[in-house]
Design a protein around this ligand. Structure first.
Ligand code: DQA
Length: 151
């Protein structure tokens, strides 16, 4: 449990290459850096009395390890699995260990892009998905997580 008024904690996880946001294909992913996105989420969490932890890795096993370590310790989970969205059964299986609301988020609308991005391994084990709203999607995801934790 973190230092928050509600005692609730949300983990926001970012997959591979999202550490390069700001310079990576800005026409698709926007110009905000991951640090800026994370700072905004932490500020939003603070206002709501919720502890927001952020985590980014380029490594599938590290992502699986972190999800496993979060079982029983978080109240909601927000994940942009990035390219692993389309390939990782290991991340999907790890998500299934969580017994809390799970929100999948993508900056871009993956269904408007290349056919290999249309399939998400996580979509049917998530509570819901947000895609195509750029960085605003993270704020939406946090709002949705807060509502889901309350219900
Ligand atoms: C992404 C979409 C993925 O297809 C891609 O591999 C990413 C980012 C998004 O946020 O739009 O790295 O998850």
């Amino acid at each position: 449990m973190g230092n928050s008024d509600t005692g609730k904690k949300i983990l926001v996880m970012h997959g591979p290459n999202l550490n390069t946001l700001g310079t990576r294909e800005p026409e698709i992913y926007g110009s905000k850096t991951l640090d800026e996105i994370n700072d905004d989420l932490k500020k939003q969490g603070k206002k709501l009395g919720i502890d927001v932890e952020t985590f980014q890795s380029n490594h599938e096993g590290d992502i699986v390890d972190k999800i496993q370590a979060s079982v029983g310790n978080i109240d909601a989970f927000i994940i942009n699995p990035a390219a692993y969205t389309h390939t990782s059964i290991a991340i999907r299986d790890a998500v299934l260990l969580l017994e809390v609301p799970v929100i999948e988020i993508h900056l871009s609308n993956i269904y408007k892009r290349e056919p290999f991005r249309h399939k998400s391994m996580v979509a049917d084990v998530a509570t819901g998905q947000i895609a195509g709203f750029g960085v605003s999607g993270y704020r939406m995801a946090l709002d949705a997580a807060v509502d889901l934790m309350a219900s």
